[in-house]
Design a protein around this ligand. Structure first.
Ligand code: BG6
Length: 489
């Protein structure tokens, strides 16, 4: 076990996960906690309490987690000592979150040690890895059983609600029990290294800032494409669709980080204030604008995955603008889809053409400068430039790129986003979490799109599995004289 660096040391806490046998808990949260255990970051006395309907005792839950970790952690990272320490921290309590029974068991376990202000062992985290309609009832039950203290935090997964109205209701219900400073609304995209590095690239360097505006940027593209379909998450996905599942949160958050103004310093309120301003500056898409600026798609085999034909979208492309001084007139194109040609998440900031073509042979050879921020497949950044081909024969131009791949540039492992975010919850730092006003501003922008699709019964356009989505998504750009960047695999 490596000795933890002092500022990585966390206070001991009780980390309670509702939905403890679900996908998120088993495939993301527990592997994340395992990796922090491996690095020696979880202090003595930290307990992880799984809550689910499954009739498991502690030993049964430890077994389940141990098997899952064996399946999910790369062999090189599996260390018997760390695994053993993590398993020893685990407990399981069977509670049906919607029912009043057995909450006294949770009460008994948590009350086993004093909950005070700040002393070791007093921090309680409640991670709600369950359907959002249970957030309110669970929080109220926590209050009823006297489990909420000043040092508690609650973590909510997205999407919070299915539109502005339900999001407000859920936020209100949670807000009756927890103060805003205690509510951590997670968007795991904010925990990705490349996404955090976007802030660093923009604000810890000077070379980009003079170019980062409508004078030099032609347009921005944000793509999150996934090869798999909806897999076994059919019930959730049928109710959500791609706009709610991805655009309302991940893609809009990425857009905010690209477009936001520099905050005075990196703090929870300063960063989130600037993101909020971007959301408030988004050109509204309402009524006929929706027909013209959005594309809804569905992959061909989706009905087989679901069992019946349905109208849920598995692909969205849209065009918007940020209506402020910096970005006036610069289109932001967003797209996301499942069963696409490949797994690829990128932000492309495409610059304008040089004002004068002084190299006669350059026509058709040069491409505009472009900064690619890559979240998938391998995290990094590329600056696309035009370079001279070496050797005689006049000045021949060719596109080339300056590459930063995290894998090769740093010795450190790129942690899964959940690892970083879980530690921030324990430390009580909400900078990388969505504030209520941000979530609601995002819903306020997205809801009219949902309404228009609903009112006009807009059917999703079918696209073949393993492609870049419907052709109409290309038209969205080609009518502006642009094309999607398809990076080589
Ligand atoms: C989740 C969505 O929030 O993000 C999933 O619910 C999606 O549908 C996933 O597959 C994508 O995350 P990542 O990190 O694999 O790009």
């Amino acid at each position: 076990m490596t000795a933890p660096t002092p500022d990585l040391v966390l206070p001991a806490c009780d980390f309670t996960v509702f939905g403890a046998t679900g996908d998120l808990a088993l495939h993301k949260l527990l592997p994340g906690l395992y990796h922090r255990e491996l690095e020696g970051q979880l202090p003595e006395g930290t307990r992880i309490i799984g809550v689910s309907r499954s009739p498991l005792d502690d030993a049964g839950y430890r077994d389940l987690v141990s098997h899952t970790l064996f399946d999910h952690i790369p062999e090189d990272n599996l260390e018997a000592g760390a695994l053993h320490r993590l398993l020893r921290r685990l407990h399981h309590i069977s509670i049906d979150a919607g029912m009043p029974e057995r909450w006294h068991d949770l009460h008994g376990l948590l009350k086993d040690r004093p909950a005070g202000d700040g002393e070791s062992g007093s921090i309680r985290i409640f991670y709600l890895a369950v359907a959002p309609d249970l957030y309110g009832p669970i929080c109220h039950r926590l209050a009823e059983f006297d489990l909420v203290t000043r040092e508690c935090r609650v973590v909510l997964e997205k999407p919070i609600g299915d539109g502005l109205e339900s999001s407000r209701q859920i936020n209100d219900a949670v807000g009756e029990v927890f103060e805003e400073r205690q509510i951590f609304r997670i968007d795991h995209y904010l925990g990705k290294e490349s996404v955090q590095n976007l802030l660093v690239t923009r604000f810890a360097n000077t070379f980009l800032e003079p170019l980062w505006n409508s004078r030099w940027v032609d347009h921005v593209q944000i793509t999150v494409a996934e090869r798999p379909g909806v897999r076994h998450r059919t019930d959730y996905y049928e109710a959500a669709g791609a706009l709610r599942d991805m655009v309302q949160n991940h893609l809009l958050q990425l857009l905010c980080l690209v477009a936001m103004e520099p905050p005075t310093y990196v703090g929870p309120e300063t960063v989130r204030d600037e993101k909020l301003k971007v959301l408030q500056a988004l050109a509204p898409l309402v009524g006929e604008d929706v027909d013209r600026n959005t594309v809804r798609g569905q992959y061909a085999s989706y009905p087989d995955d679901i069992g019946v034909p349905t109208n849920t979208e598995t692909f969205v492309a849209l065009r918007t603008e940020v209506q402020n001084w910096r970005w006036a007139g610069v289109p932001f194109y967003l797209r996301t889809g499942k069963r696409m040609a490949r797994d690829e998440s990128t932000i492309e900031v495409v610059l304008k053409e040089p004002p004068h073509a002084m190299f006669p042979q350059s026509e058709g050879v040069t491409t505009p400068n472009r900064l690619t921020i890559r979240m998938k497949p391998d995290e990094g950044m590329q600056l696309h430039v035009t370079a001279k081909v070496p050797g005689p024969g006049g000045i021949r131009l060719h596109p080339a790129s300056l590459d930063l791949s995290y894998d090769t540039a740093f010795d450190e492992r790129c942690p899964d986003p959940y690892e970083r975010l879980l530690m921030d919850v324990i430390r009580g730092i909400p900078t990388l979490f969505m504030r209520r006003d941000e979530v609601e501003a995002a819903w306020a922008w997205v809801t009219p799109i949902l309404t228009r699709w609903h009112d006009t019964s807009t059917e999703p356009i079918r696209y073949a599995d393993g492609t870049h989505g419907p052709a109409e998504a290309s038209t969205l750009l080609s009518r502006d004289g642009r094309t999607w960047q398809e990076n080589p695999a």
